[in-house]
Design a protein around this ligand. Structure first.
Ligand code: ZN
Ligand code: ZN
Length: 435
């Protein structure tokens, strides 16, 4: 072969190889392969961790052993960790090898006061306590994502903060806890977190995810109304002030807030869950206590509903000559999926799951304290299908029979890893961006 031909051959081979590596194996493809490899390596351990957590559930603000396990695994990975955040919370920071912003992923760790009724070989060993909301799956997936992504640090443009949060189901009475306290204790700072992601297992087909841009979940406030009347003999109602009759008027009138005072295109729910009052069939009741919940998808409706509950109760009780007290307790705000962030992450979801498996869902009137993070920074929250394809239906969340398909672990893990990497990639300044 002549010198010239040799040169041409070398150039051609080099060009061919360059073409192959540039187009046939773009960066994201090679990252996907690495994620797949790390996932396969780690998944048996993740399943073990999930089963351990399922067998050892702990109530809100009491996630001591769960937090210990999480912290020890994160420490073994060499991550920068903080413990006892908002009581039992744990955070870990993974620093990517490339410059960039910080995104966070949050898992909740607490279980519920429910006696498990499944026959699983790894059912709860803690009587009266069960992971009936799937937070064992959330914790395992996010812990797994730290294990996988730690091996891919050179592919990561920025930092990832892993947030393991206690008390999503609400702290015990008289205690603080949950997302709000995590924020107060600085989880969104040092370094500042630019966006946050979260997810929840959902009793729909495995392989599918559900989300919607904008409001996804409602706020959840509770209230207690005390109606103070005056007792008298049941045969002489005119000598007393009947707190039960007044309470009945209040209950019926409160429903008119939804039907008459709030915009019908902006859904809201008002439920009175308990009525307690009276002592005997033939005594006019002196006192009634009502307890209820208000759920809205917007802050406007939320503020309006709280205000009108007070107005109606005041008006009705005063017209009967009774007194009242109203204790209105604000819970999580509506959960708002940042539309731009959702738009940026949609291609990732569709690539992994397939176009038809990424489903939009109507806003749900349930709540999740992840919404506190979304009030501060852009947030993205999705629902991960966990119903086995062999089942027609599955026990709902908070059921003693709740049993998510474990295959959701590897799928959730894959999604979380890709979402985090792609989110950082999308948010990092690009060379051709205007300065
Ligand atoms: Zn729950
Ligand atoms: Zn939950």
């Amino acid at each position: 072969m002549t010198q010239k031909r040799k040169k041409i051959a070398i150039y051609s081979i080099s060009f061919f190889l360059l073409f192959i590596f540039t187009y046939a194996f773009p960066v994201d493809k090679s990252t996907a392969l690495l994620i797949e490899k790390e996932l396969e390596k780690n998944i048996p351990e993740i399943i073990k961790i999930r089963r351990y957590l399922h067998m050892n559930p702990e109530l809100s603000n009491r996630e001591f052993e769960t937090a210990k396990l999480v912290a020890s695994r994160l420490m073994a990975l060499g991550l920068d960790i903080k413990t006892r955040v908002a009581k039992t919370g744990v955070t870990a920071l993974l620093r990517g090898e490339q410059e960039g912003l910080t995104v966070a992923i949050r898992a909740d760790m607490d279980a519920l006061p429910i006696q498990e009724m499944t026959n699983l070989p790894y059912k709860s060993l803690n009587p009266g306590v069960m992971h009936a909301c799937g937070h064992d799956i959330h914790t395992s997936i996010v812990l797994g994502s730290a294990m996988v992504l730690q091996s891919l640090r050179d592919k990561i443009k920025g930092n990832i903060k892993f947030i393991f949060q206690p008390a999503e189901e609400g702290p015990p009475p008289g205690e603080e806890g949950g997302a709000n306290l995590m924020i107060q204790e600085g989880v969104l700072e040092d370094p500042p977190v630019a966006a946050i992601m979260g997810f929840h297992v959902w009793p729909e087909n495995i392989g599918e995810i559900y989300f919607t841009p904008g409001p996804l979940f409602s706020s959840s406030d509770t209230f207690q109304i005390g109606i103070q009347g005056k007792s008298s003999h049941g045969a002489k109602p005119h000598e007393g002030i009947d707190a039960i009759v007044i309470a009945s008027h209040v209950i019926i009138s409160l429903q008119s807030i939804i039907s008459r005072s709030l915009d019908p295109t902006d859904p809201a729910v008002l439920t009175i869950g308990t009525i307690k009052g009276g002592t005997k069939a033939n005594i006019i009741a002196e006192r009634v206590i009502l307890e209820g919940t208000v759920r809205t998808l917007t802050e406007t409706n939320r503020m309006k509903a709280a205000h009108i509950i007070d107005e109606i109760t005041r008006g009705i009780t005063s017209s009967f000559g009774a007194d009242y007290t109203l204790e209105y307790r604000k819970g999580p705000p509506p959960l708002y999926n940042h539309p731009e962030l959702a738009k940026d992450l949609l291609p990732t979801l569709k690539t992994i799951l397939g176009e038809t498996k990424v489903k939009t869902i109507k806003p749900q009137m349930v709540s999740e304290d992840f919404s506190f993070y979304c009030q501060k920074i852009p947030g993205f929250y999705f629902l991960l299908g966990v119903k086995s394809l062999s089942q027609n239906s599955m026990a709902p969340l908070h059921s003693p029979y709740f049993n998510p398909d474990e295959k959701s672990l590897s799928l959730g893990l894959k999604l979380v890893c890709h979402l985090l990497i792609d989110c950082l990639e999308k948010m990092s300044p690009h060379e051709n961006d205007a300065s």
